[in-house]
Design a protein around this ligand. Structure first.
Ligand SMILES: *[C@@H]1O[C@H](CO)[C@@H](O)[C@H](O)[C@H]1NC(C)=O
Ligand SMILES: *[C@@H]1O[C@H](CO)[C@@H](O)[C@H](O)[C@H]1NC(C)=O
Ligand SMILES: *[C@@H]1O[C@H](CO)[C@@H](O)[C@H](O)[C@H]1NC(C)=O
Ligand SMILES: *[C@@H]1O[C@H](CO)[C@@H](O)[C@H](O)[C@H]1NC(C)=O
Ligand SMILES: *[C@@H]1O[C@H](CO)[C@@H](O)[C@H](O)[C@H]1NC(C)=O
Ligand SMILES: *[C@@H]1O[C@H](CO)[C@@H](O)[C@H](O)[C@H]1NC(C)=O
Ligand SMILES: *[C@@H]1O[C@H](CO)[C@@H](O)[C@H](O)[C@H]1NC(C)=O
Ligand SMILES: *[C@@H]1O[C@H](CO)[C@@H](O)[C@H](O)[C@H]1NC(C)=O
Ligand SMILES: *[C@@H]1O[C@H](CO)[C@@H](O)[C@H](O)[C@H]1NC(C)=O
Ligand SMILES: *[C@@H]1O[C@H](CO)[C@@H](O)[C@H](O)[C@H]1NC(C)=O
Ligand SMILES: *[C@@H]1O[C@H](CO)[C@@H](O)[C@H](O)[C@H]1NC(C)=O
Ligand SMILES: *[C@@H]1O[C@H](CO)[C@@H](O)[C@H](O)[C@H]1NC(C)=O
Length: 658
């Protein structure tokens, strides 16, 4: 079939039933405000509540819009370097990390090491400076909350984060902050909300439904502020927003509904900020001036005609400037702001227009976490759910058209990489690019963007909340997936630190406390052009003061339980504010400095050598079967009475890890 007739047939098929259902109940005439009559009194609500990124979709709602192209038309570029925007931004950011890094190193105090003098020397040559990244894994709300605990402890703005034992300033010293699936909700929420601290988001504000996880995502926010009054209205709004996009001529999938629902909890704006775009982060003053890290979300490509996402799947990233992949398959990037323009072989035809507003923040967060589409489907259609029937019908109609095996996809149509790298890009011949949850290839920690040699990252703090074992604790599977992938042609020569098997992780307690991998740069055999990968600081979810192994499929958490899990994540990040190891903050600083030490030929201070001998995996393997892994409190049970914890999965639940 000819490509464009395929396109037409496909969009017609997709639009018909669900838009009929929607328009029967939600007549949208040109005089109706974009959000329907319920919001009329709030207009222009997006301007009233504008504390963050920006509701800059030209439509003013969830729909993408055809716009005249800028004088210099956007194009797809080869992945043979970083974008000029990222390169320019890095100059500002690296400089902005100097002061917080000096302060952090001074405070954690590495005996025998003069942090001020070292940093002063680096001021004349930025490449001496440690280049730090943080990666937050998938794992639904568990990953969001556990990851939040780490980020809170690393954030100098948070109460007590600069007290003895904590890591405040590490976040301010970091260049990159990547999230995947549930970890992407955390990173996305922080950046859509003006780089708010975890403490601010956790504590919320009157009338805001941000981080109110006690209200199930299926029930919607309870608060009367910001226009939401009841569950029916919430779902009507979600359906209304998605039909805005469909009515504008774009395919919609379950991911659109899921992403919209998520946004009510993650974006502090009326109706979950339907006009907030991911690319608007680039316009944020504090981001643009290099005062915040560089946020990245990760998703996997699903090759046309396949349903299995293997380790060979193309890994895509979204950043404020670009979306695309370093993998030798797609090997290209497109400006995030213009992703739904009709690119063909990397360019927009001479008479072609541009499209803006496809990169809705909720849609991008939903794409990275599309595995939860199934969770949405199960819950909205279950008996006892009060989701309006036409909304359930609209969502299930979408699914019937796509097919059951497609319930986890996010459709990027038109495919920005159409006709791009035809020889290697599996989607090059297709009008549609299908993306799925970034953890579907088992690489449940977003390390891929951070190991790219062009980014020259020195150290990655990898917070892992995967549910690998029977009791939903991680066992290193995510790291092993990335390690195994590094041997394939798909890795294009990018190395990854060696990691052992799952039993070794358990037997050596590598998943019971922080562990470092790839400590010794000399242990990497480098071919011409290859560089050693970053040092990996693995921070596994473990029970320090609360049982943080909550099921991926729990849809609501009382505030007390949310706070306990965030606090447990803090205790994991800080080893109980140093109670388990008073040297821990020093060891974090040593890990951050390690590659910089070798680059500059600086002798490793004794305190750091001690840290490395206690936290670096030294290559020992102990793969004897450990049996069921059931850790006990590493500090003590500090669970608040109001928090109810459920550490085991219900018998009928599937077993997703991310
Ligand atoms: C965003 O945060 C910065 C730094 O905290 C603050 O100065 C600025 O006013 C905030 N912007 C908005 C729009 O709230
Ligand atoms: C900057 O430092 C790096 C090592 O980190 C060194 O290779 C390079 O030559 C230095 N550049 C200058 C201009 O000193
Ligand atoms: C900060 O630390 C002090 C001293 O340990 C403690 O009393 C206080 O509760 C802490 N505050 C918060 C918000 O954790
Ligand atoms: C949410 O937005 C409102 C309105 O801009 C603001 O006053 C409030 O502080 C924000 N709340 C949080 C938790 O960011
Ligand atoms: C990575 O892949 C691209 C595209 O296939 C190729 O041009 C480039 O040389 C590769 N880089 C390395 C280091 O192999
Ligand atoms: C993109 O191409 C499709 C199919 O040919 C067409 O319907 C649509 O109007 C085009 N969009 C733009 C913005 O040019
Ligand atoms: C480790 O986790 C994987 C799932 O990610 C699981 O299949 C495997 O059985 C686990 N192994 C151990 C020893 O826990
Ligand atoms: C992945 O690609 C490698 C070649 O790099 C191939 O040997 C392997 O079979 C592929 N694996 C899958 C699951 O497709
Ligand atoms: C560590 O400090 C934080 C912040 O003050 C606090 O919430 C937490 O309970 C402390 N952890 C322990 C084990 O005392
Ligand atoms: C390597 O680590 C193992 C266990 O973690 C330890 O028993 C062993 O002594 C270490 N080996 C060396 C050479 O440090
Ligand atoms: C050193 O490299 C070898 C070969 O890649 C690997 O098997 C071993 O695990 C590495 N050791 C450490 C401690 O990473
Ligand atoms: C921890 O304490 C809470 C509240 O006191 C209690 O409900 C819970 O059962 C305890 N958890 C464990 C695993 O002992």
């Amino acid at each position: 079939m000819h490509v464009s007739s395929f396109f037409l047939l496909f969009t017609t098929l997709l639009q018909t039933p669900s838009s009929c259902a929607a328009s029967a109940l939600l007549p949208l005439s040109p005089t109706t405000p974009p959000h329907g009559p319920r919001d009329a009194s709030q207009s222009p609500q997006s301007l009233q509540h504008r504390p963050r990124a920006a509701p800059n979709a030209p439509s003013g709602n969830y729909a993408p819009t055809v716009v005249p192209c800028p004088a210099k038309k956007p194009t797809v570029r080869s992945a043979d370097g970083l974008s000029p925007e990222e390169t320019a931004w890095l100059k500002l950011r690296r400089k902005a990390t100097m002061a917080p890094m000096t302060e952090f190193l001074r405070r954690v105090n590495i005996p025998g090491f003069d942090a001020e003098a070292y940093m002063a020397k680096a001021a004349g040559n930025m490449s001496m400076l440690p280049n730090i990244a943080i990666a937050v894994s998938g794992g639904g709300y568990r990953a969001l909350m556990n990851g939040a605990g780490f980020l809170a402890a690393a954030d100098s703005r948070v109460t007590n984060a600069t007290a003895t034992g904590a890591l405040g300033g590490l976040l301010q010293s970091s260049t990159y902050l990547a999230g995947l699936s549930g970890g992407g909700w955390l990173v996305g929420s922080i950046f859509q909300n003006n780089f708010s601290s975890v403490e601010t988001l956790r504590d919320g504000s009157p009338g805001s439904s941000v981080w109110q996880f006690s209200n199930s995502i299926f029930q919607g926010p309870k608060r009367s502020g910001f226009s939401i009054v009841n569950m029916a209205d919430y779902w009507l709004d979600v359906a209304d927003q998605v039909s805005d996009k469909r009515d504008a001529g774009y395919d919609t999938s379950v991911t659109d509904y899921w992403g919209r629902a998520l946004s009510y909890q993650l974006i502090n704006a009326t109706d979950g900020g339907p006009a907030y775009t991911f690319s608007s982060i680039a316009l944020d003053k504090s981001f643009a001036s290099g005062e915040t890290p560089f946020p990245i979300l990760v998703a996997d490509g699903r090759a046309p005609g396949t349903t299995i996402v293997s380790l060979n799947a193309t890994v895509y990233e979204f950043n404020a400037y670009e979306m695309g992949s370093f993998d030798p398959t797609t090997y290209g990037f497109v400006p995030t702001k213009y992703i739904a323009s009709n690119f063909s072989a990397g360019v927009i035809p001479a008479d072609g227009k541009c499209v803006e507003g496809f990169d809705q923040a909720g849609f991008v967060m939903g794409t990275s976490s599309s595995l939860f589409n199934q969770f949405l489907l199960n819950n909205i259609s279950s008996a006892g759910s009060n989701v309006p029937k036409f909304v359930v019908d609209a969502i299930t109609d979408v699914l019937e058209l796509l097919g059951e095996n497609e319930d986890d996809i996010a459709q990027y149509m038109p495919n920005p990489f159409f006709g791009w790298n035809n020889g290697s890009n599996p989607s090059a011949g297709h009008m549609e690019l299908d993306l799925v949850d970034g953890g579907e290839d088992l690489q449940n920690i977003p390390l891929h963007p951070l190991i790219q040699p062009m980014r020259s990252v020195d150290v990655i703090f990898a917070v892992d909340s995967s549910a690998d074992t029977t009791y939903l604790w991680p066992n290193g599977t995510a790291l092993r997936a990335s390690y195994e992938r590094s041997f394939g042609t798909i890795a294009n020569g990018t190395l990854f630190p060696p990691v052992p098997d799952a039993n070794t992780f358990i037997n050596l307690n590598l998943n019971g406390r922080p562990s470092f991998f790839g400590c010794d740069v000399a242990n990497f055999t480098l071919r011409a052009g290859q560089t050693a990968p970053p040092l990996l600081v693995y921070i596994p979810n473990a029970p320090y003061t609360a049982m943080s192994n909550v099921s991926t499929f729990t849809s609501s958490y009382p505030d007390a339980q949310r706070n306990d899990i965030i606090r447990n994540g803090w205790d994991s990040a800080t080893q109980g504010n140093g109670t388990l190891d008073a040297q821990w903050p020093t060891c974090v600083a040593c890990a951050a400095l390690s590659r910089s030490f070798s680059r500059t030929g600086t002798a490793v201070p004794k305190a750091c050598a001690d840290c490395f001998s206690s936290y670096c995996w030294n290559g020992t393997i102990d793969n004897t079967d450990h049996g069921v892994f059931e850790p006990t409190f590493k500090i003590t049970n500090m669970t608040t009475a109001e928090a109810t914890s459920s550490g085991t999965r219900a018998a009928d639940e599937p077993t997703p890890r991310n």
